[in-house]
Ligand binder design. Structure first.
Ligand code: MN
Length: 303
């Protein structure tokens, strides 16, 4: 048993650092950074929305935004498992939902593979990515993606961050992603690409700070999807179901566009126009419960 637990520990040491070390780093150094800020250093750059709440409220965990119906936690956990079954999320990536009654709070899983998430894993955060009731649980390094987008976009109720593979090439080339069919209508408004190197130089490519989250949110602008160069993508929506739908359809659209590009032999691709996209997206949002119920059925019996 000692050998087994030793191996388990070795594996944990091998796999956990991307998530654990930055957290430890924050715990160790954030008080110093906060002190520096209070002493008048200009730590936050490009912070159009002002400094994070953490710098205003000290080091105590933020207060909860209020009680949440347990069925909401079930739905977020279902979303996570649906995205795993649909191969949009693998061992990494995450989905969140804005707190239903406190717009300055959001809900997402503790650091865990998406296919394993259950309702009890859902935690509450403020928009700086600080857990309201951490209980010693590990948190996702890239939670800043979510908080920054909720801060920038009052219309967004849910965010999905994935590394879904078919999308990745579109973050690397000049060819923009376009809407190939009506289910991906939300792409017809345009799909920006966030290049983390433009503002931060050579990095580990991860959105591991409030500043990087804010830069990503600026790239997203008022769109539904932003690609992340050499990393993945983010889909947002006015509901949990819509964000999940968009993340899945973005992956499908990427496959279709790659096929259309081959078939076109360099000729034009008759993608949806922005007006067609608006009209089709409105229909998709009206019938969103149909795919949602189907996808929930696909995870029944899994945990
Ligand atoms: Mn990521």
């Amino acid at each position: 048993m000692l050998a087994v637990s030793g191996m388990d520990k070795a594996l944990r040491l091998q796999w956990d650092p991307p998530f654990i070390l930055p957290l430890a780093f924050e715990e160790q150094f954030m008080p110093l950074i906060r002190c520096a800020c209070h002493a008048g250093f200009s730590y936050w750059t490009g912070a159009a929305a002002g400094p994070p709440d953490a710098l205003r409220s000290g080091s105590e965990p933020p207060a909860s935004g209020g009680p949440v119906d347990p069925s909401i936690f079930e739905e977020i956990a279902s979303a996570s498992r649906i995205l795993a079954v649909q191969s949009v999320l693998d061992a990494f990536g995450h989905v969140s939902m804005r707190h239903p009654t406190a717009p300055d709070r959001f809900l997402m899983s503790r650091s865990l593979a998406p296919a394993l998430v259950t309702a009890g894993d859902i935690m509450e955060f403020n928009l700086d990515g600080e857990a309201c009731d951490p209980q010693g649980r590990g948190v996702f390094l890239e939670r800043f993606i979510h908080g920054a987008i909720y801060r920038a976009r009052a219309d967004v109720a849910s965010v999905v961050h994935s590394h879904s593979p078919s999308v990745i090439p579109f973050g690397l080339v000049e060819t923009p992603m376009r809407a190939m069919y009506h289910n991906a209508a939300f792409l017809a408004e345009g799909v920006p690409v966030f290049d983390i190197a433009e503002e931060f130089g050579a990095t580990d490519m991860l959105v591991g700070s409030w500043q990087k989250g804010a830069a990503l949110a600026r790239s997203l602008g008022d769109k539904s999807v932003v690609l992340m160069r050499g990393h993945g993508s983010v889909a947002v929506g006015p509901s949990l179901e819509a964000a999940v739908f968009r993340a899945i359809m973005t992956e499908t659209n990427a496959k279709l566009q790659s096929q259309a590009t081959i078939l076109s032999q360099g000729g034009p691709i008759a993608a949806l126009s922005p007006e067609e996209g608006r009209l089709a997206d409105a229909v998709n949002l009206r019938v969103i419960q149909r795919p949602w119920e189907l996808w929930k059925r696909s995870i029944s019996g899994r945990s």
